[in-house]
Design a protein around this ligand. Structure first.
Ligand code: ZN
Length: 132
């Protein structure tokens, strides 16, 4: 910008006077920095909202992890009893089984059956029939 003004001054000596008169104002303008208005109350509210947001994000992440764990466990239990992993055969609109995936509809998973069902059978028999 300064180089351009200098060139204009050289090309037009009449204009040079005006530029020289304006020079202090232009310099002054450049040095004045407006201090931004800071609304402390608003800034505090923003900080508070950010803290709340961070807490909510943390809660959402915990809920996602919990949901994934429970969905995985639900699938394992359905496989342990040979049921549909989506609905356990309780939804005729189920896209996986159309309501036919009740427990025992599929061959139970050997490992998952022994993990989840076998201990329950032992306890069941011991409690109701006093068998071991
Ligand atoms: Zn189903």
């Amino acid at each position: 910008m300064e180089a351009y003004i200098q060139m204009l001054k050289e090309q037009n000596p009449e204009m040079a006077k005006y530029f020289e008169m304006m020079q202090p104002m232009m310099e002054k303008k450049e040095t004045i920095e407006e201090t931004p208005f800071i609304d402390l109350e608003l800034e505090e509210k923003i900080k508070k909202m950010k803290r709340i947001n961070q807490k909510l994000f943390a809660i959402i992440e915990e809920l996602k992890a919990q949901l994934n764990f429970e969905l995985s466990q639900n699938d394992d239990i359905a496989k342990a009893i040979g049921a549909c992993t989506e609905c356990f055969g309780e939804n005729i609109d189920c896209t996986e089984c159309f309501g036919t995936g009740k427990p025992g509809n599929n061959v139970p998973d050997f490992i998952l059956f022994n993990k989840y069902v076998q201990p329950a059978i032992l306890k069941y028999n011991k409690h109701y029939f006093n068998k071991n």
